[in-house]
Ligand binder design. Structure first.
Ligand SMILES: *Cc1c(COP(=O)(O)O)cnc(C)c1O
Length: 240
């Protein structure tokens, strides 16, 4: 984990800047800023700095590695933030994270959903999940292909231990803004389509899209949950 070179004031300022950007993007899109949830993505960020973000009013955090979540959990769980798991998840890690997160955003197979359902039922109530869509059809990325989403939705609807609450995506890095907009648009359409389908065990409420480089755009295209790391905590080395 990186050293802490952030002060509480740095984090407060950065949180305020990101909030400002969210307000502006919402205004541009004619939306209310309160509709949009800000997640602080805390991979590689030490627990102390995570807590500064909590003190600056962030209530939703995202971690993408089971191991790191476990290591940090004890240090910031006492603040009881809401934590979403947003990374690639192997079925054998589900057991570790199940009691520690309130939602798993990166579900992209029935196999994984089944394991989550089983573990969730064994430890308490159902787990909220989002289905991840590979909107750019990139081989290197997780997520179901757009045309496979409906089937996965139907399958997961049969599981008693999960509730499907949203969709998530990580679109390709594009040179041109129009290309990014096109992916966001496709995602928004999928979101609206699936929202109108009745799911037995969930309500499609969240469209989790937009990261530091593009969250303002994502908000213009209907995102209501943005996952922001770098813009809050600075550049980090993700190749840990
Ligand atoms: C790291 C990460 C983010 C945040 O990325 P930044 O560009 O640092 O804002 C968002 N979503 C996922 C799934 C991530 O792994």
């Amino acid at each position: 984990m990186m050293e802490n070179h952030w002060s509480r004031e740095d984090i407060e300022r950065q949180v305020e800047e990101v909030r400002q950007t969210i307000r502006k993007a919402a205004a541009t899109a004619g939306r209310r800023p309160e509709e949009i949830r800000l997640m602080a993505v805390t991979k590689t960020v030490p627990a102390q700095v995570v807590n500064y973000a909590w003190e600056a009013g962030i209530t939703l955090f995202g971690e993408n590695r089971a191991q790191e979540l476990m290591e940090k959990y004890g240090d910031y769980a006492f603040k009881a933030p809401e934590i979403h798991f947003i990374g690639t998840l192997q079925t054998n890690k589900v057991r570790q994270i199940i009691g520690r997160v309130s939602c798993i955003e990166s579900v992209d197979s029935f196999h994984l959903a089944q394991e989550i359902s089983k573990r969730a039922l064994a430890t308490g109530g159902p787990m909220d999940i989002f289905l991840e869509v590979n909107i750019g059809r990139e081989e290197s990325k997780g997520g179901v292909l757009p045309e496979e989403l409906e089937k996965l939705l139907e399958q997961t609807a049969l599981l008693a231990g999960v509730r499907v609450r949203g969709l998530m995506c990580i679109p390709p890095i594009c040179e041109k803004e129009e290309e990014t907009r096109r992916y966001f648009d496709q995602m928004y359409k999928l979101f609206v389509d699936t929202k109108h389908k009745k799911i037995d065990n969930g309500t499609m409420e969240y469209l989790s899209m937009g990261m530091s480089g593009d969250y303002a755009l994502a908000i213009e295209h209907g995102s209501n949950l943005v996952r922001v790391g770098t813009a809050l905590f600075g550049r980090r080395n993700y190749q840990k």
